[in-house]
Design a binder for this molecule. Structure first.
Ligand code: IPE
Ligand code: MG
Length: 232
C-alpha cells in the first residue's frame, strides 16, 4: 500500500490525511477481496523500517490502525474473516497490540478469508528470525544441518501458515519490493499499478486480478510442459 503521503501532498494536506484516506481503501479492498473469493489478503501496513519516520507520523499511523481494528471488528467477525498479524508485533504500542490480539483470538476459528496485517514487518528480518529458530533446533539436536532444505526451512518463516503468494500488488508506481516477503515472493506474479493507495479501490483490484489471470505461471517449466499437464 504505497502513495498515501504523495496523495496528501498533491492536495496540500498533511501526510496523515493521506493515511486516513488510505484507511478507506483498506476497508474497501478488504470487503472486495472477501466478496471476490480471495483466500488470503495480506496488507503491508507498516514496515520494520517505518519506525524511523517522524514520531508524529508513526503515532498517527498507530492510531489509525487501532481505529481500523476496533471499527471493523464486527464486520470481520460477521464475514468469517480471520485476522492475523505478521511481523514484530511485540513492538506495537499496547493500544494497538491489545485490540489486535483480541481480534486475532476472537476470529481464530473463521474460515472465510485470512486477512493478515503486516505490521513492524520486514522480509529480511523474518528470514533472520527463521534462521535463528532453525539454528536453535540444530543446536538442540532436533534438526540435522543436512536435512535443511527449502520445505523444511520455510516452516520456520512467520508465513508458514499462509498459502503460497500468487500475486503481489504495489500501488503508487514504485517498482520495488521494499523488504516485503522476500522468500515468499519467489514465484509470485508482480503487478505494479500507477495509482496512489488512497485511490486504489475495488475496480483497480479487479483489474489486477484480470492481469494476473492473463499471466502464464511456469514455475521454471516450459509452456509445452504446462500444456501437457493441463491435458491430464
Ligand atoms: C504508504 O504510503 C503507507 C505506509 C508506508 C504506512 P507512504 O506513506 O509510503 O506514501 P508515500 O510513498 O510517501 O507517497
Ligand atoms: Mg511510500
Amino acid at each position: 500500500m504505497d502513495g498515501n503521503g504523495r496523495w496528501a501532498q498533491l492536495r496540500g494536506l498533511p501526510r496523515l490525511e493521506g493515511h486516513r484516506a488510505g484507511a478507506e481503501s483498506v476497508r474497501d479492498i478488504t470487503r472486495a477481496a472477501r466478496e471476490l473469493g480471495v483466500e488470503a489478503l495480506t496488507l503491508f501496513a507498516f514496515s520494520s523500517q517505518n519506525w524511523a519516520r517522524p514520531a508524529d507520523e508513526v503515532a498517527g499511523l498507530m492510531e489509525l490502525l487501532r481505529e481500523f481494528i476496533i471499527e471493523e471488528r464486527a464486520e470481520i467477525l460477521d464475514n468469517q474473516i480471520r485476522l492475523e498479524g505478521l511481523g514484530d508485533t511485540e513492538r506495537l504500542p499496547p493500544h494497538v497490540k491489545g485490540p489486535l490480539d483480541e481480534l486475532r483470538s476472537a476470529s481464530a476459528g473463521n474460515r472465510g478469508m485470512v486477512l493478515t496485517l503486516a505490521l513492524s514487518y520486514g522480509g529480511r528480518e523474518s528470514i533472520a528470525s527463521a534462521v535463528r529458530a532453525c539454528a536453535r533446533d540444530v543446536a538442540a539436536g532436533v534438526v540435522k544441518p543436512d536435512d535443511i532444505d527449502v520445505e523444511r526451512f520455510e516452516r520456520y518463516l512467520p508465513t508458514a501458515g499462509l498459502p503460497p503468494v500468487d500475486l503481489l500488488i504495489r500501488t503508487s508506481g514504485e517498482q520495488r519490493i521494499s523488504n516485503f516477503m522476500l522468500w515468499e515472493l519467489a514465484y509470485a506474479e508482480l503487478v505494479f499499478v500507477d495509482v496512489l493507495w488512497p485511490e486504489f479501490r475495488r475496480a483497480h483490484l479487479q483489474g489486477c486480478l484480470e492481469t494476473f489471470g492473463g499471466r502464464e505461471r511456469r514455475f521454471g517449466l516450459t509452456s509445452a510442459q504446462l500444456a501437457d499437464r493441463s491435458d491430464v
